[in-house]
Ligand binder design. Structure first.
Ligand SMILES: [Zn+2]
Ligand SMILES: [Zn+2]
Length: 357
């Protein structure tokens, strides 16, 4: 827990200060060290740079500093979270339930260190018709989960501080004192940080995340359709303080295909069959998404008859049986006949009693 960390780590010492240092002293000391230890100019100093960034994240923020001083004075158990036998809370899953709120008022912003679920992310994904039907494993680019290299994850430009959040007066929570319990909610302005960034970090623009992207493998199930939104659990940002990861929402765009279309879990296609073949019967080779199949066209097949090839649509998945391929027969007629052909057709018409007179 952060309180335990706070109790164990002397941020003042890390910045070479005494606990009576003024806010100005803190900023000055951090700025000097950040310059000396910046990994760009001083390779190998990354760990140290991060440490002082974390220290400044706390001491450079008046509300957090106050809280830190309190924890250091009273010990980690005083916050109601860090001590042994704090009881009942699952730190791993972040499942504090409403009890977390009861402790919220104790240290003002104490709740901001509770386990937090990582943020949900969303991305768009363009798929071919085939990949949408068959399912595919692909990669998407997502914003990095790592702390920004320049600001150490603070989001504020190196050497710049935080201003106290006006809405919550730096407490990170808003209290609602009505009812039998004092309930509190995370401040929507500062998201519970208690402070706001004055000068955003130039590298990450205040997000505190490394601006580079990360590639994430995603498994798209078979049978997604254009415009569908898929939720991939746990593929969002990592949680903090032991909280679970967020989810990734993927908006799927599916390109049209020249030969195939969809009707639910069935795939549709059209096959051309010449007039005489439709009359006499034939076999045709029909392409499917899964290799060609041979389809028997019975004698006397009517135009626009739909034939079903079992199991050649969307593959079977957990709750769904496999879809079928629906083949519509497009009977094609000769556009021009030679004299001889015309005579033959006239003979056929006569034999079928279809002579047009
Ligand atoms: Zn606030
Ligand atoms: Zn940054």
């Amino acid at each position: 827990m952060a309180e335990r960390e706070w109790f164990d780590k002397d941020y003042y010492k890390l910045l070479g200060l005494s606990s009576s240092a003024t806010d100005k002293d803190v900023t000055r000391a951090y700025r000097k060290l950040a310059k000396e230890l910046h990994p760009d100019t001083n390779p190998g100093s990354e760990e140290k740079f991060k440490e002082i960034s974390v220290a400044y994240d706390v001491l450079g923020d008046p509300a957090k500093r106050k809280e830190y001083d309190e924890v250091r004075r009273l010990g980690p158990a005083a916050s109601g979270f860090g001590g042994p036998g704090a009881g009942g809370f699952n730190f791993q899953t972040g499942d504090f339930g409403d009890l977390g709120d009861l402790f919220g008022g104790l240290f003002g912003g104490g709740r901001r260190q509770r386990a937090q679920r990582g943020a949900d992310l969303e991305t768009a994904l363009h798929l071919s018709f085939r990949d949408a039907v068959m399912g595919v494993t692909t990669t998407v680019n997502l914003p990095s989960n790592d702390a920004c290299h320049t600001c150490g994850g603070r989001g504020a430009a190196p050497g710049s501080g935080f201003a106290t959040c006006e809405r919550c007066q730096g407490r990170g929570v808003l209290n609602d004192d009505q009812g039998p319990f004092a309930m509190s909610s995370v401040c929507p302005v500062c998201q519970g940080r208690g402070g706001r960034i004055v000068t955003p970090c130039p590298s990450c623009h205040g997000t505190g995340r490394e601006p580079s992207s990360r590639r994430v493998n995603v498994r798209i199930p078979a049978g997604v359709i254009d415009g569908q939104r898929i939720r991939l659990k746990g593929k969002g940002n990592q949680g903090s303080h032991g909280g679970p990861a967020g989810d990734l929402f993927v908006d799927v765009h599916v390109s049209a295909d020249a030969h195939f279309d969809r009707r639910g879990r069935d795939v549709t296609t059209v096959v051309d069959v010449p007039l005489t073949a439709a009359i006499l019967g034939t076999t045709v080779e029909v392409p499917t998404l899964d290799g060609p199949v041979t389809l028997k066209i019975p004698a006397g097949t009517q135009p626009n008859t739909t034939m079903r090839v079992r199991g050649r649509g969307v593959p079977a998945a957990a709750k769904h049986a496999a879809g079928d391929l629906l083949v519509t027969v497009n009977v094609t007629l000769p556009k021009k006949l030679s004299k001889e052909q015309r005579t033959l057709v006239e003979k056929l018409a006569s034999a079928l009693h279809e002579d047009a007179t």
